[in-house]
Design a protein around this ligand. Structure first.
Ligand code: GDP
Ligand code: MN
Length: 381
């Protein structure tokens, strides 16, 4: 479960972490009031469950309460990274001397938490990892000992801080660790953690994702937040109702497969040939024609999708049923983008023949199919 920035900051404050003064507003009038209370220039930030709001125009600065009011009206009209904005956070605008990154997430390879810090915050950690990996400092957490104060200080030193700053910065890492422990956090990030010209450290942004599998231990928090634990868009909700695993990505090729492993492998194959997947859709075991058709329908509701790659290894699932579903979807006019199919296993020949008769391209291997679908999307672009 992802928390909004303002919710995450409430938790930060519960642990006495310094954050800029301010509060949430749901209307321009409320934002004006907030800005008046602050009594100084403010930053107005869209509250959506997505990063990179800054780049998308969801973070704006106002010198006066009136300006905060009109900027809030603008921001509330926006959609940020495809999400509607229902509230803004109005906070005192800080004078930035330095933007720092601090975060904790799970290192799945080592099966440990990893604490991450960088003196070059502001941009996303993924971009930083590509451009200047040497600027990222990491420490794995021993699950028996937890994250220790001296380790937090070592991080601050390795990030280039000196004197009193070491203890100030270390305390952010230690507090993040306490939060991770208390709330079963999967990912938490302060980016930027701002060092002001006045020499103070403050968490200017906050990201906090709680492990869905641990939500049953945090019912009080969920009640307090007064919202549904899973904030889903329509497509995600429909897929969940159908019992399909569905994840949206940034590319343009929808991968519809059966089994999570095969779906992941298909995504990798698409990437290998230079394409980008838009959709991870695992139909699950034993999908019949109706389910296949429904999967296609849901996948196509996502505007980014420019082609579909169906990759099926039929066991309990039958290739003729899959073919039937695809053909029916096409006849209903549901399939509005190119479709490439690869399927093997039970009733393979019947399925193939049905697709051939219907004129739907069919490829023998996953590699060929991935290559083909990438070619099609590149030609179209
Ligand atoms: P994100 O783009 O969704 O990660 O939103 P952030 O909260 O990180 O804001 C984006 C950028 O806006 C930051 O990296 C800062 O450069 C800038 N920013 C955010 N808060 C402040 C602030 O209080 N003062 C100033 N001067 N800049 C800010
Ligand atoms: Mn940020």
């Amino acid at each position: 479960m992802k928390l909004f920035e303002h919710e995450a900051k409430d938790i930060f404050r519960e642990f006495k972490m310094p954050t800029p003064p301010g509060g949430v507003a749901k209307t321009p009038k409320e934002a004006k009031k907030r800005a008046e209370e602050i009594g100084r220039p403010v930053v107005v930030k869209a509250q959506v469950l997505s990063g990179k709001r800054g780049k998308a125009g969801g973070v704006k600065f106002a010198d006066t309460p009136d300006e905060a009011e009109s900027l809030t009206a603008q921001i509330l009209e926006m959609r940020i990274n495809d999400l509607p904005v229902e509230a803004v956070l109005v906070e005192e605008k800080l004078n930035i001397a330095q933007e720092i990154y601090a975060g904790i997430t799970i290192d799945r390879n080592r099966r440990q938490y990893v604490v991450i810090g960088s003196a070059a915050g502001g941009m996303s950690i993924e971009e930083l990892a590509e451009e200047s990996p040497e600027k990222i400092i990491k420490k794995n957490v021993d699950p028996f000992l937890g994250f220790q104060a001296y380790e937090a200080q070592e991080m601050a030193v390795a990030m280039g801080f000196e004197g009193k700053d070491i203890l100030k910065l270390a305390s952010f890492f230690l507090k993040l660790w306490k939060i991770v422990e208390k709330y079963d956090v999967e990912l938490t990030e302060i980016n930027p953690l701002i060092l002001t010209e006045e020499g103070e450290f403050l968490a200017a942004d906050a990201r906090l994702n709680i492990d869905n599998n641990a939500l049953y231990r945090h019912q009080d928090l969920i009640r307090e937040l007064e919202r549904k634990p899973h904030e889903q868009n329509d497509r995600e909700r429909l897929a969940t109702e159908e019992g399909m695993a569905y994840v949206e990505l940034d590319g343009n090729i929808a991968c519809i497969c059966n089994g999570a492993g095969l779906t992941m492998a298909t995504l990798d194959a698409v990437e290998l040939y230079g394409g980008k997947a838009s959709t991870f859709l695992d139909l699950g075991g034993g999908a019949d024609a109706k389910r296949v058709e429904r999967g296609v329908e849901i996948a196509l509701m996502y505007p980014k999708v420019k082609a579909i790659l169906v990759n099926i290894m039929a066991g309990i699932t039958r290739c003729d049923e899959v073919a039937k579903g695809l053909i029916s979807a096409r006849e209903d006019g549901d399939i509005t983008v190119p479709l490439v199919v690869r399927m093997v296993g039970t009733n393979e020949e019947e399925g193939q023949k049905m697709l051939n008769d219907a004129g739907i391209p069919f490829l023998e291997t996953m590699e060929e199919a991935a290559k083909k679908v990438v070619e099609i999307t590149q030609e179209a672009a």
